[in-house]
Design a protein around this ligand. Structure first.
Ligand code: FMN
Length: 397
């Protein structure tokens, strides 16, 4: 199975299957000198952890272990390996499912490509949403490195089904409130609507699609190259590799395709002595290169394909069409849990490009970089949920 890695200088490789021993990541290209603790990674993993009623009931602790690349609390320049052990595994529903592939999941393609006897069907195997634990662990390292440039990324839910966030908000502090919301929104009105919808969808044994928006603040101009390695192309690839995605947009996105040039054209203006884009309609990237405006990316997710209400499929034992109810623990809305995953993929691409254009050291961080990282990371973690006694318990499980 190829294609388990992404990035050039900051190269992330994920491993592990949903119901295997562990999910993990090897990050090649982390410069020496980055202060990195298990808590730094755990803080991010908490944001994607299931275990509340708006997510799957699979009760994962998701406490990470750093296996290599960190010595005395600081990266030493060798590959950083992070592992999260799979604890709350129940593979029994997949014994029935393995003969009745879910049309919206990867089941049929996986068995066709890798062979029915070889493919790990338990929990979706490698195609499981659980693989994204590894992405969020790598995202924590990437986000911390981005602190050297003062870059901060925040993601939030933009829509669920036909319910849309009606507020445009680009204030970092206000957006960061989404980190404390069980459905990852900064807007209390929208939060209530989403919760009601999810409760109703769950009662019906159904699922629902949604959209995540992520904004990267303080990105300097110059990241990305103008032809095949455009920043938007690399971000699009990274986010579209998240399981369950169906589309991506930057800035006004598809909306621009419905406009006249006279409406769509941005304006260049002078603000505080700098050339700036007035409306940032392309979401911080023009010509494949960052403009210095916030990068705004929207990622669309399909509804979860495993639904208790039932799916129409084929029983591959006798080639009969059947209707089956999918048992097991599934997310009613992938988009909610995907918020930190989108943030992480954006962070991974930005670090890689910042290294490629010499804005973040590749071998060893300078003292100045470390100072910036420590200062900005301290500010950043204030926005997230605090670690409490339960988290201490997770460590020992
Ligand atoms: C965070 C996250 C959680 C997910 N949870 C589920 C789930 O509980 N049940 C399910 O059927 N699919 C879930 N998915 C989606 C599947 O992994 C996805 O549909 C499958 O890999 C095929 O996706 P693709 O067609 O986009 O490649 C989840 C995805 C993500 C990102």
């Amino acid at each position: 199975m190829a294609g388990n890695s992404i990035g050039t200088l900051f190269r992330v490789t994920t491993f592990g299957e949903s119901h295997g021993k562990a999910i993990g990541v090897v990050i090649d290209g982390v410069p020496a000198g980055l202060p990195l603790s298990v808590e730094d990674i755990y803080r991010e993993l908490i944001l994607r952890r299931p275990g509340h009623r708006f997510a799957t009931s699979r009760a994962e602790t998701d406490y990470p272990e750093i296996i290599s690349g960190v010595f005395r609390g600081v990266t030493c320049g060798s590959p950083v390996t992070i592992v999260v052990w799979n604890r709350d595994v129940d593979s029994s529903p997949y014994e029935e499912l393995k003969y009745t592939p879910r049309p919206g999941h990867a089941d049929l393609q996986m068995m066709r490509k890798y062979g029915f006897d070889a493919w790990d069907y338990r929990g979706g195997g490698r195609a499981s949403g659980r693989e994204t634990v590894a992405r969020v662990a790598a995202g924590a390292v990437a986000k911390k490195l981005l602190c050297s440039l003062g870059i901060i990324i925040v993601g939030y839910l933009r829509s669920v089904g036909r319910i849309r966030l009606r507020k445009e908000m680009f204030d970092l502090e206000a957006l960061m409130r989404a980190r404390l919301s069980p459905v990852k929104t900064f807007d209390p009105e929208f939060e209530k609507e989403v919760m009601d919808l999810i409760d109703e969808v769950r009662r019906r044994g159904d699922s629902v699609g949604g959209c995540v928006e992520a904004v990267a603040f303080n990105v300097p101009p110059g990241l990305g190259d103008p032809v095949f390695d455009k920043l938007k192309a690399d971000i699009a690839k990274a986010v579209m590799s998240i399981p369950g995605t169906v589309g991506v947009e930057f800035g006004l996105g598809i909306g621009l395709s419905e406009m006249y040039g006279s409406e769509a054209n941005d304006a260049l203006v002078i603000k505080n002595g700098y050339i700036r884009y007035l409306r940032n309609v392309q979401g911080g990237i023009v010509g494949g290169i960052s403009t210095g405006e916030p990068i705004i990316v929207r990622v669309y997710f399909k509804p979860t394909s495993s639904i208790a209400a039932g799916i129409h499929t084929v029983d591959i034992r006798n080639l009969r069409e059947v209707h089956v109810k999918v048992r097991g623990r599934h997310d009613p809305c992938i988009a909610i849990r995907a918020v930190p995953v989108v943030e992480s993929m954006l962070a991974i691409v930005l670090v890689d490009h910042a290294m490629r254009c010499g804005l973040i050291s590749t071998d060893r961080l300078t003292l100045r970089e470390v100072r910036n990282i420590e200062e900005n990371w301290r500010l950043y973690i204030q926005y997230g949920p605090p670690l409490d006694k339960t988290d201490e318990k997770q460590r020992r499980l």
